[in-house]
Ligand binder design. Structure first.
Ligand SMILES: NC(=O)c1ccc[n+]([C@@H]2O[C@H](COP(=O)([O-])OP(=O)(O)OC[C@H]3O[C@@H](n4cnc5c(N)ncnc54)[C@H](O)[C@@H]3O)[C@@H](O)[C@H]2O)c1
Length: 370
C-alpha cells in the first residue's frame, strides 16, 4: 500500500501525544511505544477476529523493542464492552502482576479501545495506555481523544473515564481485512466530522466516495489523517467536554442522541456507525426545522451517506416510545430534558434542548418508518 507516513500531535500539555498514521506501522508498534515508555512489560488487549490477523506481528514488534508481552483476547462485539469483561482483564493483569508503569495496548476497533482504555484508566488508578486502532471507526474517531467506557444495561458508555493514550499507532493497511459492513460503518463518523467542520471536507467526501469505498490507499490515508486533525482540534479545545453552554467537544456527539438509542435498541443488529448514520438523519431533520439549516445541506448529507452505502432509513422494527425511553438515558441530558447537538450551518453547531415533543417524534418516525 502506497502512502506517506505522518504524525498528528494532540496538544494537551502534559498529556500530549502523537498519532502515527501510515501503512505497515504495526511492525513499528514496539519501537514507537519504546520511544515514549521505559517499562519492561506490556499487555495487549485484542479481540478474536483482530488476533487472528495481527496479534503475532504486534507481539513480535513489542518483544523486539524489549518488552515482555502478554495478550488478552476477548470475544468480538459490543457485548464485550462490559464490566464483566473488564473484570476478566483485571484478573489477567493481577495474575501477571502488572504494575503502574506497565502499558496496556488496545489492538482492535472501538470496542477493544473503549474497554482496554477503561481498564487502563482504572487499574492501579491509571496506567499508560496505547491505542492501535484497526477499524475505520477507531481510526476516524474512537482511537483519539481519551474517552473510555463500558456499557450499562440501561445505556451505552454510562460507566467510563477520560484517559488519554501516550501514543496512537494507526496502520491503515489493517483496514484491508475489515468486513465490508464494518469498513463502511466507520465512515459515518467521517461524514459527522465533515458536517461539523465545514464545506471543504464535505466536498472532499463527495468527490472521493468511490475511492474511499474501494479502499484506495491514498484516499484512505488522507481520510484518516484529516479526521485525526479534526478530532485533535476539537479535543484540544475542550478535552473533557466541560463547557456547559457552548457545544465544545460535545459537537462530536452530532447524530449520537438518537444514534445511541437505535444502537442500544437494536441489541447488536446495528453497527455503531450505522446507528450514528440514522441518528444523523434525525439530527439533520431537526437542524432544518429548529435551527434553520439549509435544506440543501441536509440533502447533500443524506446523498453522501447513501453514496457511502450507509443507512438513512431503519429496516429494524423500532417503537417510537422505546426510542424516547432510550434517549432519556443519554449522558448529555440535563434536568430531564433531551439535548441534541444540531447544526445551524456546516461547521456551526448548537445545543437544542427539548422534552418529548412532536417535532422530535416526527424526525424519528421518518427514519424508523412509523
Ligand atoms: N471512545 C470514543 O471516542 C469512541 C468514538 C466512537 C465510537 N466509539 C465506540 O466504538 C465502538 C465501535 O467500534 P468499531 O466499529 O470499531 O467496532 P468493533 O471494535 O466491534 O469492530 C468491528 C468488527 O471488526 C472486527 N475487526 C476489527 N478490526 C479488524 C480488522 N482490521 N480486520 C478484520 N476485522 C476486524 C472486530 O472484531 C469486530 O467484529 C462502539 O462501542 C462505540 O461506542 C468510541
Amino acid at each position: 500500500m502506497q502512502c506517506n507516513n505522518a504524525i498528528v500531535t494532540v496538544d494537551l500539555g502534559p498529556r500530549s501525544y502523537d498519532i502515527h498514521v501510515g501503512a505497515g506501522l504495526l511492525d513499528a508498534l514496539g519501537p514507537t511505544i519504546r520511544s515514549v515508555c521505559d517499562a519492561d512489560q506490556i499487555t495487549i488487549v485484542t479481540d478474536k477476529n483482530v488476533a487472528a490477523h495481527y496479534s503475532k506481528r504486534a507481539v513480535e514488534s513489542v518483544e523486539t523493542a524489549g518488552f515482555s508481552a502478554k495478550t488478552i483476547t476477548i470475544p468480538p462485539g459490543e457485548s464485550s464492552k462490559s464490566l464483566a469483561m473488564a473484570q476478566r482483564i483485571y484478573d489477567g493483569l493481577a495474575e501477571r502482576r502488572r504494575g503502574r508503569r506497565d502499558p496496556i495496548v488496545a489492538l482492535g476497533g472501538g470496542v477493544v479501545g473503549d474497554l482496554a482504555g477503561f481498564v487502563a484508566a482504572t487499574w492501579m488508578r491509571g496506567v499508560p495506555f496505547v491505542q492501535c486502532p484497526t477499524t475505520t471507526e477507531s481510526m476516524i474517531d474512537a482511537g483519539v481523544g481519551g474517552k473510555t467506557a463500558v456499557n450499562h444495561e440501561s445505556g451505552k458508555n454510562l460507566i467510563g473515564a477520560f484517559h488519554q493514550p501516550i501514543v496512537v499507532v494507526m496502520d491503515i493497511e489493517t483496514a484491508r481485512t475489515l468486513e465490508d459492513r464494518d469498513f463502511r460503518a466507520g465512515l459515518a463518523e467521517s461524514v459527522k466530522h465533515a458536517l461539523i467542520s465545514g464545506d471543504d471536507f464535505l466536498q472532499w467526501h463527495e468527490a472521493n466516495a468511490t475511492r474511499i469505498l474501494g479502499r484506495d490507499p491514498s484516499a484512505l490515508s488522507e481520510l484518516v489523517l484529516r479526521n485525526c486533525r479534526i478530532k485533535a482540534d476539537v479535543v484540544q479545545a475542550d478535552e473533557r467536554e466541560s463547557t456547559a453552554d457552548e457545544v465544545g467537544r460535545a459537537v462530536l456527539n452530532f447524530g449520537h442522541t438518537a444514534g445511541h438509542a437505535f444502537e442500544t435498541l437494536s441489541q447488536g443488529e446495528l453497527r455503531h456507525g450505522e446507528a450514528v448514520s440514522l441518528g444523523m438523519v434525525v439530527a439533520l431533520a431537526l437542524s432544518v426545522s429548529e435551527m434553520g439549516l439549509a435544506a440543501d445541506v441536509r440533502r447533500r448529507a443524506e446523498l453522501l451517506l447513501e453514496a457511502l452505502q450507509l443507512p438513512i432509513r431503519s429496516t429494524a422494527d423500532f417503537d417510537i416510545d422505546d426510542v424516547f425511553r432510550a434517549m432519556s438515558q443519554d449522558k448529555k441530558n440535563v434536568a430531564n430534558q433531551l439535548r441534541f447537538v444540531l447544526l445551524k450551518g456546516l461547521g456551526d453547531a448548537a445545543w437544542y434542548r427539548t422534552g418529548v415533543c412532536r417535532v422530535v417524534a416526527s424526525a424519528i418516525a421518518d427514519v424508523i418508518g412509523r
